[in-house]
Design a protein around this ligand. Structure first.
Ligand code: IPE
Ligand code: IPE
Ligand code: MG
Length: 246
């Protein structure tokens, strides 16, 4: 029985988030430039997105560029942005064939103009697809998102539109980028690094974390199946005790 068949579709995570990491090391181990790793990571994005959609996952969020990634050498940042534009264009067919809607979270208006306009174009063309939402986190960081939510709330309070007493975790989350996306049940990070790197800090409060040693350009459908099977063997207690979990 292959891995895919072992997955219990009744217990499938609705939302999987992935910190795609290890492109640079993958390239370096082959004596290549870091950008070669990013280019090869595109196939992993394709495989993971189609595998998730085929299974019936409703949301797949991929961490593609963090607020902190601007600190990388300019040539790498430029190469990543160019690759993003090219990929958003070249993968439109894959998104349409698989009925996947593209969305994005992050400080999008501060992306380069060519990226922002290509992003809007691809999001627009896929906006009627409804099998799965592929959410790209671009110029994103969890602290930025939370601070931004606090700023929007403060503005509404100052304008007399919001009662400060009504602010609680449920109302706060309405101001996040992910306000209409459920929290991820499963968060995967590749490349053997055991950290969150400012990703979805609010949303992962009760996510199951899965760290894969695989470098992102090597990540394939079976690696996603393995992560889901691992997740399905865990007991999620949300603060309760085993006996309370049905
Ligand atoms: C992940 O791979 C891609 C991005 C952060 C954009 P890295 O580029 O971080 O690869 P490593 O971690 O240096 O190997
Ligand atoms: C996290 O990876 C950001 C993305 C995957 C886009 P990094 O490679 O930037 O994280 P650190 O710097 O190793 O924590
Ligand atoms: Mg990295």
């Amino acid at each position: 029985m292959d891995l895919k068949e072992k997955i219990d579709l009744a217990k499938l995570p609705q939302h999987i988030a992935i910190i795609m990491d290890g492109n640079g090391r993958w390239a370096k181990s082959r004596g290549e430039m870091r950008v070669f790793g990013h280019q090869n990571g595109v196939e992993s994005v394709r495989q993971t997105s189609t595998a998730a959609a085929e299974l019936g996952v409703k949301y797949l969020t991929l961490y593609a560029f963090s607020t902190e990634n601007w600190k990388r050498p300019k040539c790498e940042v430029d190469a990543l942005m160019n690759l993003l534009v090219q990929t958003l264009n070249s993968e439109l067919g894959t998104l349409m064939d698989n009925n996947i809607r593209l969305r994005a979270i992050g400080d999008l208006t501060h992306l380069q103009e060519s990226c922002y306009s290509q992003l809007l174009e691809t999001m627009g063309k896929t906006s009627n697809n409804n099998r799965m939402d592929l959410v790209l986190a671009l110029n994103y960081s969890g602290r930025w998102e939370i601070a931004e939510a606090a700023r929007k709330i403060a503005l509404e309070v100052a304008a007399g539109k919001l009662d400060p007493e009504s602010v609680n975790p449920d109302t706060f989350q309405l101001y996040l980028e992910t306000s209409n996306i459920p929290d991820p049940e499963l968060l995967i990070r590749t490349s053997g690094e055991n950290r969150i790197s400012n990703f979805l800090l609010w949303q992962i409060a009760y996510s199951e974390l899965y760290f894969s040693p695989r470098l992102w350009p090597d990540f394939r459908k079976n690696d996603l199946y393995e992560a889901i099977l691992d997740y399905q063997n865990r007991e999620r207690r949300f603060g309760m005790i085993s006996e309370q979990i049905i």
